[in-house]
Design a protein around this ligand. Structure first.
Ligand code: ZEM
Length: 292
């Protein structure tokens, strides 16, 4: 895996927080029959992404350090609609482990969700500090789903990502769904929205996608079942010459997708955090891999 075992220390020996215990507490609240497709995992991944994706490499501000989505200006950005569900789910865990910062908790929860939904191990480091309301980023730093490849590059290059990394990150849309009362869009991208797979890339390439005829914002539906969706930004990964080769690679090779996703999700969660703040990599085991 991507973790160098010689660089891994026992978290408990370097910190007052038992991060594996925090991880297990998050894993404990993932499943819920009453919520969406039965798991809070996808919305926790989206919280970690929106907390981190505000990073601007030119000024160094934004990113996961700060957890500024706790404050009204950023919580109310249109892109963050519905993420109160994820933040509220984590609040009792923050109360139980008061030493962990919100910014560490939100990113750790994203890693937990990825790992518990069948995804790769993501190396995670502790050390983020919570900021103040003055550290809130301006609106407009996250991508809009009704645009094209130029927009994706504009948003993701600002965060220091390249075309390959944009495509790998987008594979997270194997998970979860769009909600009309949050983004206005509607429906899931895959038939297994609570398991991380490379199906998003396979479906993008294999299915015929057509404009959905409805009153909502422009989105695509699969011609065959009309039960899946793609955003126009998702479809740019097929039509754009720079993106398409990576879409093809990840559709063919799930382990390559997992390897690249792990690396780029780690990078996303660490963007903008001063390196000196970080601990060593904290080994966070999947629940199924822990010996009882
Ligand atoms: Zn998403 N995303 N995203 N995304 N996203 C939604 C949901 C989820 C875009 C986007 O507009 C939307 C990344 C990139 C991009 C997840 C993870 C990641 C929704 C639906 C929209 C509209 C929100 C709703 O209505 O609930 C765009 C344009 C992106 C540009 C590429 C990246 C990067 C992600 C993580 C690495 C996840 C997991 C969801 C599902 C959330 C849920 O509640 O089910």
């Amino acid at each position: 895996g991507p973790t160098d075992p010689t660089k891994v220390k026992d978290a408990a020996s370097t910190s007052q927080v038992d991060y594996q215990a925090v991880y297990n507490a998050v894993a404990d609240v993932l499943d819920s029959e009453d919520y969406d497709d039965g798991s809070y995992g996808p919305v926790l991944v989206r919280l970690a992404w929106h907390a981190s994706g505000t990073y601007d490499k030119n000024t160094g501000n934004g990113g996961s350090n700060g957890a500024t989505m706790r404050f009204a200006p950023e919580a109310n950005h249109g892109a963050n609609a519905g993420l109160d569900k994820a933040r509220n789910l984590l609040e009792p865990i923050k109360q139980k482990f008061p030493q962990i910062t919100y910014s560490d908790l939100w990113t750790l929860a994203g890693v937990c969700a990825i790992q518990e939904m069948g995804g790769p191990i993501v190396p995670w480091r502790a050390g983020r500090k919570d900021g103040n309301v003055e550290n809130c980023t301006p609106d407009g730093r996250l991508p809009d789903g009704d645009k094209g490849g130029d927009h994706l590059r504009h948003i993701f290059y600002r965060q220091g990502f390249n075309d390959q990394e944009i495509v790998a990150l987008s594979g997270a849309h194997a998970l979860g769904r769009c909600h009309t009362d949050r983004s206005g869009f509607d429906g899931p991208w895959t038939f297994s929205p609570t398991t991380l797979t490379n199906d998003y890339f396979k479906l993008l390439l294999d299915e015929k996608w057509q404009r959905r005829n409805w009153k909502g914002p422009p989105q695509l539906e699969d011609k065959k079942t009309k039960s899946l969706m793609m955003l126009l930004t998702d479809y740019a990964l097929v039509t754009d010459k720079g993106f398409r080769p990576y879409t093809e690679t990840y559709a063919k090779d799930e382990s390559k997708f997992f390897e690249d996703f792990s690396a780029v999700f780690k990078k996303l969660l660490e963007n903008g955090v001063p390196v000196a703040q970080f601990s060593e990599v904290v080994p966070l085991k999947k629940v199924e891999d822990q010996t009882k």
